[in-house]
Design a protein around this ligand. Structure first.
Ligand code: OSB
Ligand code: MG
Length: 372
């Protein structure tokens, strides 16, 4: 396929409520939508999940725009495929979120040209995807309990709680008292160190599915030490930045489970590599993580959620968990059994509502691939 045009949209969408993690609070969610057009008029969409600041990772809207505009577009010249893009863009060190946006749009375009749904093209199974909901840090336990009650009523069967030092044992204890049997897990977003071993160990009592990224965002070694000292299964998010990191984590025994986020690891191609290494070769479970994506990014998560190695509920909630209004024509909805159903339409299976997209766009740029 031959790409003729690339469009970037910096969107700012207000979340229904604050989303607070150990690294900060988000109310307006920033992201970049990527649209590619080929010489036959097909389009492909991707989403760059870098935030408004270097909090979850070092990437920002500004760095991603720069990397796409000044470097990645050059790799789109001539005959291109998702695999060819990997080869060409491997020269760029890091900037995985920027690369992921382009990689995803290429996969969408590739699948639309074949007239097949993306999930099928990447080797997924035609089945609903089990999903849960990620709940931010709240001001009080009462507020947290009422949010959880609402989410359970909506049909989410698995709850992920954000924790940080001082807001951990107390809240898990309160939730377990109210709900002894729900599927519950916690995510620390790198807020602890091995000094906090006693706190982390006391979570063992609460029958958690896993604890996600308790230690430093770059760490694989301390996690391997922690893993021998606690019973709760460990899951890594921030630390697994590439298939290489997944291999290190396996060798070092740093974690039981990996949360695969296409944005964090550089896109679909690399997500598939991590999935294959961790689940096919190592026989360990993975699940798909989210970054508060719009319906476009969410569609990519849904496709990845159908992969055979995904054996935990994924962080892919319905559009209305995040936004009053999504930018796609048919928002993602939750179905009975806590599932989201992949769509049997070509590519990512959603259409962007261009009026809505423009409404939330702060900045747009169109680049002619042959004459950038
Ligand atoms: O650590 O998984 C995380 C959102 C933004 C940044 C990091 C994380 C998250 C979530 C939300 O937990 C997952 C989602 O519902 O998109
Ligand atoms: Mg996480």
């Amino acid at each position: 396929m031959k790409i003729t045009q690339l469009e970037l949209y910096h969107v700012a969408m207000e979340l229904k409520g604050d989303f607070e993690t150990s690294f900060g609070k988000t109310r307006i969610r920033h992201g970049i939508l990527v649209r590619l057009v080929d010489n036959e008029g097909y389009e492909g969409w991707g989403e760059i999940v870098s935030g408004d600041g270097p909090w979850y990772s070092y990437e920002t809207i500004g760095t991603a725009w720069h990397i796409v505009r000044d470097y990645l577009v050059k790799f789109l010249v001539g005959e291109i495929s998702p695999a060819e893009f990997q080869k060409r863009s491997a020269r760029i060190r890091g900037h995985n979120m920027a690369k992921a946006g382009i990689d995803e749009a290429l996969w969408d375009l590739y699948a639309r040209r074949m007239g097949k749904p993306l999930y099928e093209v990447i080797g997924g199974e035609p089945r609903p995807v089990k999903v849960g909901v990620s709940i931010g840090i709240k001001r009080s336990i009462d507020e947290l309990l009422s949010v959880i009650a609402k989410r359970l009523e909506e049909g989410y069967e698995r709850i992920k709680l954000k924790i940080k030092p001082g807001t951990d044992i107390r809240i898990v204890e309160a939730i377990r008292r109210e709900y002894p049997d729900i599927l519950l897990q916690v995510d620390a977003n790198a807020a602890y160190s091995l000094q906090d071993l006693e706190t982390l160990r006391s979570l063992d009592k609460y029958d958690l599915l896993m604890i996600e990224q308790p230690l430093h965002y770059d760490d694989l070694l301390d996690h391997s030490i922690l893993k021998t000292k606690i019973k709760t299964p460990l899951c890594l998010d921030e630390s697994i930045k590439s298939p290489r990191h997944a291999r290190y984590a396996l060798q070092l025994e740093s974690t039981d489970i990996i949360n695969i986020k296409p944005g964090r690891v550089g896109g679909i191609t690399l997500s598939l590599e991590i999935h294959d290494l961790w689940s096919q070769k190592a026989g360990r479970p993975v699940w798909i993580g989210g970054m508060l994506e719009t319906g476009v990014g969410r569609a990519i998560l849904v496709a990845l959620g159908t992969l055979p190695g995904v054996r935990y509920h994924s962080d892919i909630s319905a559009s209305d968990r995040y936004y009053e209004e999504d930018i796609i024509t048919e928002p993602w909805t939750l179905h009975k059994g806590s599932v989201i159903i992949p769509r049997d339409k070509p590519g990512i299976g959603v259409e962007v509502d261009m009026d809505k997209l423009e409404k939330y766009t702060l900045r747009k740029e169109t680049i002619d691939i042959e004459n950038p």
